[in-house]
Design a protein around this ligand. Structure first.
Ligand code: MCN
Ligand code: SMO
Length: 777
């Protein structure tokens, strides 16, 4: 192994600048004459706009949708059957549909002055009854979020077919409802945009905190009616994305429009309150599940309804359909069974638009199926992990196509469970549980196993009906005149360390040391086309593209050096950044020097080849590679205060070939921290009028450092047969299992008290309420 190549625990090249405060985020970008933007946002969840009165003389500083002639509303296309689009005007037009929706845009020399201007605008609204939840939206008796629709549904699908024969065959039938709370994503850096007109290149330049620079260029081009060649989108350092920065935001279009129209520089930096109130929301899943099993607890069939509260608009480009459709497609999880039916509903409500968040649908799916497995285990009187083991897809059938047609590429799911069981030492936990059985601090043990589809290819995006998402990745590799390597890829780093790991892949293939490799990412002006950094695709896809580009470059170096050493290309060995031929060797620096600076010395024809190569990549099959993991958790639950303490947390994960095990572990731990938020703390709440009740971090509780325990991780490394180097994704996995594993552990702790928790967050309040209800029974 190359000591800085694939598999090495090298330190992240990103960290030095971050730790020294030298990162360059959108709000660090300085452009002459920069003006700040603030938005007047809707104070009502649902209302008709009667009038907007601006202060006198503010024609060039205060803008409504009527000023933005020619700007098209955001429309997210999808070919999913039954899908309905929404018209999302960049500033509200006619109606407002959630508290925080931008209505008027104000510009001034700094943010405070822009906010003062907002205060001077008068907005008159006629209040309309809001739809504030899934049940009201599905009921279809009340108002409509989009009045010309005949109901409130973005999507209404059915996956699979009924299986009436199981009703008499099954030994056990479990019926449960589960709810995952609504959340906001809270990256450390909120959304931010700086836009200006570059007179020299005659183009609009947009710095934006995004995961998808190339897609944002497409979106801006569509909305603004500006050709793509006149737009350059740059993702500078991004302080966390988590899915929130995958979508085209109205504020992004509005600020870009200002720069296009007035040829000046403008900036909008989202503040935390804007993020909590008006930023895209996520999660809120409701499940109704009927599970059929035999007396050993083997699943025979699953009949489900899943509804996801989508809020007011369909986000571009991932649409209002993706999350719910993914929930329907992924609910069977890592299990092998034959019968499945799921009704999938995506209701519209008067809340901020829904955007997929780390794990995309699977944290909800995993919560629902893992709670169900535990309930089956209870019904058949076995340990929950034993029932899991009965049902997991066994290793000897891999690659395996599951009940919804997903092709699981590789791995040993039961082994991840067995190892997790060993790590947690069940006998000891059961003994401690027994000892604490009459105390006020009950002990519980919970598991969750999941699969994480990564590196979806072109056909998967097409099957989701997303016409604008190509699904492949591109990179270029160039040898510089002094023997260094320059990698360019359109994907970008959002905190997950791709700058480091792409260098490692390049180093592995080229043998050039890391400190001679420069990686340029996320800039439509200087990097090749990219689908973006999301869906745990970056390492497989961009890694594959970099690997291919580097291999093609090495081929050129082999031929060039063979010509210079007057031998056959097959005789050349490329190692340690040198070309070695029979009795002679040339350093890569000498090859670079010859090609760029002394072309007269080169053999005939060498110049045409050049020292640059492009790699295009998607996996061998478009369904990509499935990672998986088992999480095992021990908790104590205080029955007097409702407080949950995580006492032990063990993970056994498999992401195929790890490029950097240290980063893989960091990714897993970071995801788990967010998953602990889902399980125990985070919940966006609204009152009956759709007014947000969690508009500060005092009301919306994030897990703190002391809430995240020491996490023990073991790895399996089953290589994917479908990807370059056998790599599988890992970025989302950590966040998928915690809700399932932790809430299972809480239920294990409390079941002897007749208590069952099937909702997140399992907050002290919710636990105490359940305990009181349990005692009343
Ligand atoms: N990696 C590795 N070996 C592997 C797989 C991955 O070393 N076999 C490393 C790579 O550095 C890679 C990272 O782990 O960049 C995550 O891998 P991957 O699964 O390919 O995910 P992406 O690079 O596509 O990153 C996106 C993913 C997603 S979808 C969310 S959401 C998320 C996540 O990554 N957002 C993050 N992790 C995040 N981490 C941080 N700090 N900030 C975010 O916003
Ligand atoms: S939610 Mo991750 O950006 O796919």
């Amino acid at each position: 192994m190359n000591k800085s190549g694939i598999g090495a625990r090298v330190r992240r090249v990103e960290d030095k600048r971050m730790l020294q405060g030298k990162g360059r985020f959108v709000s660090d970008i300085r452009v002459p004459g920069l003006q700040d933007v603030a938005f007047l946002r809707s104070p009502l969840a649902h209302g008709r706009i009667k009038s907007i009165t601006r202060p006198q003389g503010s024609e060039q500083t205060v803008f409504t949708v009527d000023d933005m002639q020619g700007v098209k509303p955001i429309r997210a296309d999808s070919n999913l059957p039954s899908y309905r689009d929404s018209e999302h005007w960049v500033l509200a037009r006619g109606k407002v549909r959630f508290v925080g929706e931008p209505v008027v845009m104000c510009v001034a020399h700094n943010r405070a002055a822009a906010e003062d201007l907002v205060e001077q605008v008068e907005l008159e609204l006629e209040s309309l009854a809001p739809i504030t939840g899934i049940d009201a939206a599905l009921d279809n008796q009340g108002p409509r979020v989009h009045e010309h629709w005949d109901n409130n549904l973005f999507l209404d699908l059915e996956v699979g077919e009924a299986f009436p024969e199981l009703a008499s065959r099954a030994d056990v039938i479990i019926e449960r409802e589960y709810k995952l709370a609504r959340q906001v994503m809270n990256p450390m850096e909120g959304k931010g945009v700086v836009a200006y007109w570059d007179e020299k290149d005659d183009q609009l330049v947009v710095y934006t905190s995004t995961q998808v620079a190339h897609l944002i260029r497409t979106g801006l081009s569509e909305c603004l009616g500006l050709p793509q060649g006149k737009i350059r989108v740059i993702a500078p350092d991004v302080g966390g994305g988590f899915g929130y920065k995958c979508i085209l935001q109205p504020e992004e279009v509005a600020v870009a429009w200002l720069a296009m129209k007035y040829r000046k520089a403008y900036r909008w930096i989202e503040d935390r309150r804007e993020h909590l109130v008006a930023g895209a929301n996520t999660r809120e899943h409701h499940y109704k599940i009927k599970a059929y099993a035999d007396k050993r607890g083997r699943l025979l069939g699953l009949d489900a309804v899943v509804a996801v509260d989508i809020g007011a608009y369909s986000v571009w480009p991932f649409t209002a359909g993706l999350e719910a459709a993914q929930a329907g497609g992924n609910l069977p999880g890592p299990y092998k069974f034959d019968h499945y039916r799921c009704k999938v509903l995506a209701p519209a409500t008067n809340k901020p638009p829904f955007c997929p968040y780390r794990g995309v649908a699977r944290p909800g799916v995993c919560f629902a199926i893992e709670r169900t497995i535990d309930e089956i285990a209870k019904a058949v009187g076995r340990e929950a992990w034993e029932v899991r083991a009965e049902n997991l897809v066994p290793a000897d059938v891999m690659p395996f196509t599951n009940v919804t047609g997903k092709l699981y590429d590789s791995g040993d799911y039961p082994e991840s469970l067995r190892r997790a069981v060993a790590m947690i030492d069940i006998a000891k936990v059961r003994q401690r549980q027994q000892e604490a059985s009459s105390s006020s601090k009950r002990i519980g043990l919970g598991f969750a196993t999941f699969t994480e589809q990564s590196a979806h290819g072109t056909k998967v995006f097409a099957a989701w009906g997303l016409p604008l998402v190509p699904g492949y990745e591109t990179a270029t590799a160039k040898l510089t005149a002094d023997g260094g390597l320059e990698i360019r890829a359109g994907i970008n780093t959002i905190g997950q360390g791709l700058q480091t790991t792409l260098s490692q892949v390049a180093s592995e293939v080229t043998t050039i040391p890391l400190d001679r490799i420069k990686v340029v990412l996320g800039d439509t002006g200087t990097t090749p086309y990219s689908t973006g950094a999301y869906a745990s695709r970056g390492m497989v896809m961009a890694g594959g593209a970099v690997s291919r580009a580097c291999a093609a470059l090495m081929d050129k170096l082999r031929r060039l050096s063979a010509g210079m050493m007057q031998c056959q290309a097959e005789e050349v060995v490329l190692e340690q950044a040198q070309a070695k031929g029979p009795g002679m060797q040339l350093g890569f620096d000498e090859l670079g020097d010859a090609w760029y600076l002394h072309p007269d010395r080169l053999p005939e024809g060498s110049l045409i080849e050049g020292l640059e190569a492009t790699g295009y990549y998607k996996p061998k099959v478009d369904t990509g590679a499935f990672s998986y993991a088992t999480h095992a958790v021990v908790v104590s639950v205080d029955t007097e205060t409702g407080h949950v303490e995580i006492q032990d947390y063990a993970v056994v994960e498999d992401c195929g070939q790890m490029v950097n095990p240290m980063i893989v572990e960091g990714q897993t731990i970071g995801g788990i921290a967010q998953g602990i938020g889902t399980a125990l703390y985070e919940e966006v709440l609204y009152d009956t009028q759709g007014q947000p009740l969690t508009s500060t971090l005092a009301d919306y509780i994030l897990p703190g450092a002391t809430d995240v325990p020491n996490i023990r991780i073991e790895h399996l490394e089953h290589l994917s047969p479908f990807t370059e180097h056998g790599i599988k994704g890992v970025g989302e996995g950590g966040a998928i299992a915690p809700a399932g594993a932790i809430v299972n552990a809480i239920n294990d702790a409390l079941c002897s008290l007749g208590v069952q928790i099937n909702e997140t967050p399992a907050s002290p309040e919710r636990i105490l309420k359940a305990l009181h209800a349990g005692r009343d029974q």
